[in-house]
Design a protein around this ligand. Structure first.
Ligand SMILES: [Fe+2]
Length: 140
């Protein structure tokens, strides 16, 4: 069974955003599986690189959408993205300076927090706004 099982409550109703969130959830599951199989340390590096690139791409797209439609909470949402990005960079730097698998559990806990808290709280907050704009589906 997958470490992170997608549930309907994670759907924002914005197709592109939901597709990208599912890819992030899949990356987290891959990382968890690597740890469960004892390959955690060698798996962290490549997953972190993909995660950093994908996060950057995904956050830019969400931010472009918020800018395009004039979402009133855009700057607070961007600040949340910046702090998530800073945390991923911090974990990457520590991994590169040799902390290795010691950061594994912290990384998984952080990513789990990100998906649960950021998607359910911060991203979900823009759902009604984007439904009203005709961008999000009311019943995804
Ligand atoms: Fe977001």
């Amino acid at each position: 069974m997958s470490y992170f099982t997608w549930q309907d409550k994670f759907d924002t109703g914005i197709d592109d955003v939901d597709r990208e969130h599912r890819i992030l959830a899949d990356l987290i599951s891959q990382l968890h599986d690597a740890f469960a199989s004892g390959k955690g340390e060698t798996a962290i590096g490549p997953v972190l690189e993909v995660l950093i690139e994908y996060t950057d791409y995904h956050f830019k797209r969400e931010e472009a959408l918020m800018d395009q439609y004039g979402y009133p909470e855009t700057s607070a949402h961007k600040a949340e993205h910046d702090s998530l990005k800073a945390k991923v960079y911090d974990i990457r730097n520590r991994y590169e300076s040799g902390e290795g698998s010691a950061i594994g559990n912290e990384l998984l806990a952080f990513l789990h927090f990100w998906l649960y808290f950021h998607i359910l709280d911060v991203d979900m907050a823009f759902r009604d706004f984007f439904i009203a704009k005709g961008v999000a589906k009311a019943n995804p």
